[in-house]
Design a protein around this ligand. Structure first.
Ligand code: ADP
Ligand code: MG
Length: 244
């Protein structure tokens, strides 16, 4: 990197500052995130790991504007999430973020291509163009031949590919994935991660994956480990951090 590029370092895509998230459980507040701070730059590939119940999904909801912190700030592409109302948050999500979850969340009686085209309905794209883009996204995930199949005729790995095609059809800058291989066997899971890595490399999409799978964490240049609502480690994968 040149001196000029360093001096003009662009703002990070995601800025998380002292994020606390509390839930009321009965009468008592339960602090699930206890003051988390990190940045994620454009084009990064990051795994978020940590024991079950440590707050990973809650953290991902903050990054994805699906929830807002009790205190602290989340800035996404320069927008302070706290300043936005629900409609603005929804617009930011639609414009910037693709989500992939453990359960693929596809519409059962709807073909793959129509599942993939769905997010474009909210983006004011005409019917023919929606189908064209949906087919291109299915091609990107290697499912051209399954475009007219409903989910029940697809394997688990194929369903997750449809969900990934749906996540990328709007060309988001950020892909947020919560346990995307949690319902898949190891070999299929590896293929899904290959796909995310390819997207990251070829399109520069920023990828953040919450995972239990240490083989995914090992393949990530950067690992963030959350334990009991606190950031315990942030750096390259390291065997001592990858045991649980
Ligand atoms: P992880 O994804 O790391 O398994 P989560 O972020 O799902 O962890 O949950 C962390 C903790 O926060 C858990 O103890 C969970 O029960 C609690 N929690 C999450 N959401 C809520 C909620 N809406 N109300 C109360 N407790 C919650
Ligand atoms: Mg979770």
């Amino acid at each position: 990197m040149t001196a000029t590029a360093t001096a003009l370092a662009p703002e990070p895509l995601i800025e998380v500052r002292d994020v606390v998230r509390e839930f009321m459980v009965g009468e008592a507040p339960l602090q699930v995130l206890k003051g988390i701070r990190f940045d994620i730059g454009r084009g990064e590939f990051v795994s978020i790991i940590g024991p079950s119940g440590s707050g990973k999904s809650t953290l991902m909801y903050q990054l994805g504007c699906l929830d807002t912190p009790t205190s602290g700030t989340v800035r996404l592409a320069g927008n302070d999430v706290i300043d936005l109302d629900d409609a603005d948050l929804a617009a930011l999500r639609n414009r910037f973020i693709g989500f992939v979850f453990q359960s693929f969340n596809l519409l059962a009686r709807t073909t793959a291509v129509d599942n993939v085209a769905l997010p474009l309905r909210y983006a004011d794209v005409g019917f023919a163009e929606r189908r064209r883009r949906a087919r291109a996204a299915l091609e990107r995930v290697g499912l051209t031949s399954r475009a007219e199949h409903t989910p029940e005729r697809l394997s688990g790995g194929e369903r997750q590919r449809v969900a990934i095609a749906r996540a990328i059809v709007t060309a988001p800058e950020l892909l947020l994935c919560d346990e995307p291989t949690g319902n898949l066997d190891q070999k299929v899971g590896r293929e899904i991660i290959d796909l995310f890595q390819g997207l990251n490399r070829e399109t520069g999409t920023t990828v953040v994956i919450v995972t239990h799978d240490m083989s995914i964490a090992r393949r990530s240049p950067r690992v963030i480990r959350v334990v009991d609502g606190l950031l315990e480690y942030d750096g390259p994968p390291h065997d001592s951090h990858l045991e649980t």
